[in-house]
Write a protein that binds this ligand. Sequence first.
Ligand code: SME
Length: 181
Amino acid sequence: MKTLDRGGCARHTSCVRLVCMSTTNAEPLDLIPELDTLARSRISAEALMKAIVTLLYEKLGRYNWVGFYMLEKDGGEMLVLGPFKGALTPHTRIPLNQGICGAAASAGKTIVVDDVNSDPRYLACSLETKSEIVVPVFVSGKVAGELDIDSHSLAAFGTADRKLCEHATAIVGQFLEQGSR
Ligand code: SME
């Protein structure tokens, strides 16, 4: 969205300047109320995940790839790509013993990698990717999947990003848990 701002010129009250009001660089924690609104909507888990990846991808310019991987049902050892935004990835199925995605799901812990090229676990998705965060989704205390985000910037994910992503995965986990009752 663009808007006209009349505050740009101290001399001429008729002067205007164009200011871009695009919110592609929102503060991560400012998106938590929007996530909570999505959580209250009575949609499917798939639609909820789609809405979350769209929100994060569109509002945070440094989130260059945002997607969910979910574990195959029935004790499966394979992470399967779900809703995502960004370039197509060759990694549509990731075994639990591979990649940063596999490591986060196996450990049941958030992993933040400031420089993917210095992490031997990293499975390359795009040559432009520099840093990555992977956050598990828990259902009834067990890992059911994860949120994976790549950035073209080094060390793109700080404390606020981690809190935002862990909030997003908690919402998905609660939704799936309610559905399985
Ligand atoms: N980089 C991930 C693979 C998934 S792509 O980033 C989308 C990993 O190392 O597991």
